[in-house]
Design a protein around this ligand. Structure first.
Ligand SMILES: Nc1ncnc2c1ncn2[C@@H]1O[C@H](COP(=O)(O)OP(=O)(O)O)[C@@H](O)[C@H]1O
Ligand SMILES: [Mg+2]
Length: 341
C-alpha cells in the first residue's frame, strides 16, 4: 500500500463515519510511516489519534494510551527539573524489608519483566507504585532496586523543588518530564511526593494547586503501560485521596524489627572485611537499635567501623578487625537521643 492508498481509505471511512475502520487505517498508516522512517509524522498522527480518543473517552485508551506522550521535547528546558538521571546496579538482595513489601516489589518487577505476556493476554500492567513510610527505611533504595532489576534508566524528579520554585509552571514541567520518560522508556521517580499536598496548605493559590493535581491525575491516566512511575513520601496523610487511589500498588515501609536489624547488620558487614561482635553482644546491640531507621542503624555501624579502625591503628593492632561494641553502642544511644530532641 502506498501513502495515497491510505489517504483514499481515510477519506472513504471518514466520510462514511466508520470510526472503527478509520482507526484501523490510521493505525496502519502510523506503522507504515514508522517503517518508512517518517517518525515525526507518525508521532504527530499518533498524537492526533490519542487526543481524539481521549476526548471520546473510548475504551481503546488503555491499549493505545501511550500516544499523548509522544511529542518532541527540548531537553534543555528540563535541566532544572530533573535532579538526576541514573542507571542502577541494585538488586532485591540489597534491600531488607518485611515480607509484605518484599512480595509487592517482586510482583511489580515481575509484571514489567513479563510485560509482553500480560499484553498478549490483554491484561493491564501495574505501573504506578506509591511508597510511603518513615524516612531512612528504603523508599529511595527500593526505587533504585526496581530500576536495577528492570535495567531501566531512572529520572529522579525533585517534586519539592519544582513545586516551590515555579508553581505556575509545575503542570507544564511535569507533563514534559512524563513525555521525556515515555520516549526514553525510563522510570520516573517522584521523590517528596507529599509536596503536592503541602502547597495546597501553604499557598493562597488553591486553583493552581488543583491544576497541578489534575495534571498528575491526567498524566497517570494516560501513562503508557510500559512506563513506570514511582512516588515516595514520608507523609502519605498529606496526599490528596484521589491521588493515592490512582496508584496500582501502595507499599508501606516500616522501621526494622529485630530480624531485619540483624539482616541489615549482616548485609552491611558482608561488604567489608570487618567482623561482627559475638552473638551475645550483637543481640544487645540489635535490641538497642529498635526504633531507629535502617539508615540510622547503618550509619552508626559504619561510624563504629571507622572509629574501631583508627583505634586499632593507634594501638598498632594487626589482623582482622572486630567492630568495637562499646563504641557502637555509644553511637546508637546518641542517635536515639538525637531523635528524642
Ligand atoms: N530497607 C533497607 N534495606 C537496606 N538498607 C536500607 C534500607 N533502608 C535504608 N537503607 C540504607 O539507608 C540509605 C538511605 O535510605 P533511603 O532509601 O534513602 O530511605 P528513604 O528514601 O526511605 O528515606 C540507603 O541507601 C541504605 O544504605
Ligand atoms: Mg528517600
Amino acid at each position: 500500500m502506498s501513502q495515497f492508498d491510505f489517504i483514499k481509505d481515510i477519506a472513504k471511512y471518514g466520510l462514511e463515519n466508520d470510526q472503527e475502520k478509520l482507526m484501523f487505517v490510521l493505525n496502519q498508516l502510523i506503522d507504515y510511516s514508522k517503517q518508512s522512517k517518517k517518525v515525526n509524522f507518525a508521532i504527530q498522527l499518533q498524537s492526533i489519534l490519542k487526543e481524539s480518543l481521549r476526548n471520546n473517552q473510548t475504551s481503546h485508551l488503555t491499549k493505545v494510551g501511550s500516544d499523548p506522550y509522544f511529542d518532541k521535547i527540548d531537553d534543555r528546558e528540563m535541566n532544572d527539573l530533573i535532579l538526576e538521571k541514573l542507571t542502577s546496579d541494585y538488586s532485591l538482595n540489597d534491600l531488607i524489608v518485611n515480607d509484605q513489601v518484599h512480595k509487592e516489589l517482586i510482583h511489580f518487577i515481575q509484571e514489567h519483566k513479563a510485560i509482553e505476556i500480560l499484553k498478549q493476554h490483554d491484561l493491564p500492567v501495574s505501573n504506578k507504585i506509591l511508597m510511603h513510610g518513615p524516612s531512612g527505611c528504603g523508599k529511595t533504595l527500593a526505587s533504585y532496586v526496581i530500576a536495577g532489576e528492570l535495567n531501566k534508566l531512572m529520572i529522579v524528579v525533585n517534586l519539592g523543588a519544582i513545586v516551590s520554585s515555579k508553581l505556575g509552571e509545575t503542570s507544564k514541567n511535569l507533563s514534559k518530564i512524563f513525555k521525556k520518560a515515555a520516549l526514553e522508556n525510563s522510570i520516573i521517580f517522584l521523590d517528596e511526593f507529599d509536596s503536592l499536598g503541602k502547597v495546597r496548605d501553604y499557598s493562597q493559590d488553591h486553583g493552581e494547586m488543583k491544576r497541578v493535581v489534575n495534571t498528575i491525575l491526567q498524566l497517570f491516566d494516560y501513562l503508557p503501560q510500559s512506563s513506570i512511575v514511582i512516588a515516595a513520601t514520608n507523609q502519605s496523610d498529606m496526599l490528596d485521596e484521589a491521588l493515592v487511589r490512582r496508584f496500582d500498588v501502595n507499599v508501606q515501609f516500616t522501621l526494622p524489627n529485630i530480624d531485619q536489624i540483624n539482616s541489615l547488620i549482616n548485609l552491611t558487614l558482608s561488604k567489608g572485611q570487618f567482623k561482627s561482635p559475638s552473638k551475645n553482644v550483637l543481640d544487645k546491640i540489635g535490641k538497642e537499635c529498635i526504633g531507629l531507621s535502617y539508615y540510622s542503624i547503618q550509619k552508626t555501624l559504619i561510624t563504629a567501623i571507622k572509629r574501631t579502625l583508627f583505634k586499632n591503628l593507634e594501638l598498632k593492632k594487626v589482623g582482622s578487625i572486630t567492630v568495637d561494641s562499646s563504641i557502637w553502642m555509644e553511637l546508637i544511644r546518641s542517635e536515639k537521643n538525637a531523635l528524642k530532641k
